[in-house]
Design a protein. Structure first.
Length: 253
């Protein structure tokens, strides 16, 4: 057992609507014989709180508790059995779970573990690639990001469409420096839950500034609209700054 973030259910507040059971990608919640939400198994709950915003009675909250670690492989197998292959693909750590687990690793995908990155103030001479990375946290993909990651507290946040980093030669120095990063593609991602997750992140972390970088292609504007919805849902007064990038790498707006 280790202390970690996990869902806690206020049984007296639960009205049995069942919205949380469908919002949880890991199927960690179900309704019992009294039509109350219950945790199926601790190892299925990743502690990210996707269920919080759908609960109409505020019966759910994330707490620090001594509990079994989240097990992506077990959650994947559980969802695969109960909801099918398509649903299982959206389980936190699903890509690792689809492969044979490494013998040294227990719990969720190690590649999605939240961590801060300490960058050297100056690039070292032995770098094999020119340029200095300004990335200061991991993970960065919106599907994997946790709204509860401590490095988001009081941060300047950059939400960037995937293609922008490949279009702007100076992405790290011109846009990313000094900011925490989230990337997403409004066209190719399954964006289910994106607005709710961003809203939770904004609501909990006292974000200082919010910049959204998108491409000029029409589908990319969807990311900015999702951020606008998230800001409204969060109840914060932060105003997102929009940067639009042309396919030639120039700032268009």
């Amino acid at each position: 057992m280790a202390k970690r973030k996990i869902i806690e259910i206020g049984r007296d507040k639960c009205d049995g609507c069942g919205l949380c059971t469908t919002a949880c990608m890991e199927s960690a919640l179900e309704l019992d014989e009294e039509n109350k939400a219950v945790l199926v198994k601790e190892i299925y709950c990743d502690g990210m709180g996707a269920c919080l915003d759908v609960c109409p009675t505020d019966a759910l909250k994330i707490v620090e508790s001594d509990s079994a670690e989240y097990d992506a492989h077990a959650a994947y197998s559980h969802v695969l059995k109960t909801r099918g292959q398509e649903a299982a693909r959206h389980v936190h750590g699903a890509q690792a779970a689809e492969r044979k687990p490494a013998p040294h690793f227990q719990g969720g995908c190690p590649g999605s573990m939240a961590r801060e990155i300490c960058q050297d103030p100056e690039p070292s001479a032995d770098r094999s690639v020119s340029g200095h990375s300004e990335l200061s946290q991991w993970p960065i993909q919106l599907h994997l990001v946790s709204p509860f990651a401590p490095y988001f507290q009081g941060a300047d946040l950059l939400i960037a469409a995937d293609c922008t980093a490949f279009s702007i030669g100076g992405f790290h120095q011109d846009l990313l420096k000094g900011k925490k990063l989230i990337i997403a593609c409004p066209k190719l991602d399954d964006t289910t839950g994106y607005v709710e997750k961003l809203a939770e992140l904004l609501k909990r972390n006292n974000i200082k500034s919010l910049t959204v970088t998108i491409m000029t292609v029409p589908c990319c504007s969807g990311l900015y609209h999702m951020v606008e919805e998230a800001v409204a849902l969060s109840g914060t007064r932060i105003e997102p700054k929009r940067i639009v990038v042309g396919i030639d790498g120039r700032i268009a707006a």
